[in-house]
Design a protein around this ligand. Sequence first.
Ligand code: SAH
Ligand code: SF4
Ligand code: F3S
Length: 461
Amino acid sequence: MPKRLYVKTYGCQMNVYDSARMAEALAPLGYVPVAEPDTADMVILNTCHIREKAAEKVYSELGRLARLKRGRAAEGHRLMIAVSGCVAQAEGEEVMRRAPSVDMVLGPQAYHRLPEMVAKVVRNSGGVIETEFPPESKFDHLPEETLVDIDGRGVSSFLTIQEGCDRFCTFCVVPYTRGAESSRPVGAIEAEARRLVALGARELTLLGQNVNAYHGLDEAGTATSLADLMRRLADVDGLWRLRYMTSHPLDMTDDLIAAHRDNDAVMPFLHLPVQSGSDRILDAMNRRHSADDYRRLIDRMRAARPDIALSSDFIIGYPGETEKDLAATLALIDEIGFAQAYSFNYSPRPGTPAAMLPNQVPDAVKRDRLAQVNAKLNAQMLAFNRALEGRRMAVLFERPGRRAGHLVGRTPYGPWAHVEAPGAMIGAVAEVEIENAALNSLTGRLAAKTVMAAHYADARA
Ligand code: SAH
Ligand code: SF4
Ligand code: F3S
């Protein structure tokens, strides 16, 4: 009888990708993914440590799961609980101390060891922990992709090409939870891309904590840039669209900027976090660029690709942030004009240098400043979407919409469009006229029945 596996994913897209890979690693043991934990034989919480709230959510979920586990045990079933991801890496044994119902704790580099860990738990029913950074790469030991019907897979799929980070921004846990920066080889990525295309993918989002620092080796042993990798991937038959995230401004090289002009598969969208518009704060954060450097970079980006949709992350209330720093951030937002953005109140994280600083900003002040930033960003996002009204663009249909007879597809710029279209068009690109824009979505109508990938080139502004 198949065993039921419930995976709950927190945090970034890399965790979404990892969750799919863990589910695949467990498939040979008979585990099949299910959508609810209630009747599961194993639950994996794939966790995020980036902000305190994200980490605390995991413990409240573990409280609920402990009750479920007791209930299941009373019925004679065994529920195994695993905690993976960045909380697992950061807290290790502490997870089992705080939540004794947990059977396995495994860090992001140990997912290929999951089957062996399950076997150990079954054998001696004690807790098992894997949070060392193993010498072998998980990517060389995880089974090939087979799952289709799981988050992060489908017409648009995620593919992790780079992991870890060496930048050590003073607020950030990622260098500690994901380890040193490392790039997967070009050949392995291309092979995975081909398999994902065979499973139905037409668009890939290449993932990495610092994805534009990618420098994987090709077959000749030569370091390859992200732009060169995307040139290779654009030649894969059936793979039409490429995106990548998340990039650091310092690694935004000329060839990558040019790829947005020269490589038709690269979508006109860039997520490039700036975090703050104040040089004083950027310096304190160890971002190693100024607000003007960012402005110039955006100018170059727009020179290469005038219609590019820009996205960013902001941290509000970093220690020592003043009203003047906030004004600089608001001014930068005004000048750039973002199509998308994520803004967060600064959250002190254990072990990071900024958490130790004496001049923490009071919560109420942070919240008030974040509200000001969000008001501006939301207005810009809505303005960006509204400007698409009346325009025609190539939409890649991904899945059925909530309304019967409707599909959801992605515009080149990023926002999703809801369109009345036959189900057979899932996986196809068609020209859509955008009729209505809201903050988080668009509605449109099929402008032409012709279905082909090449439409993308015609849709350029
Ligand atoms: N590698 C990416 C970001 C990864 S973390 C980069 O260099 O930009 C995703 C986002 O979480 C960050 O961009 C940042 O805005 C936010 N973040 C990271 N640490 C945070 C903290 N301690 N408090 C609040 N937000 C944080
Ligand atoms: Fe964190 Fe990104 Fe800075 Fe790396 S570059 S430390 S992932 S914010
Ligand atoms: Fe969170 Fe780890 Fe991603 S801390 S944002 S899950 S890299």
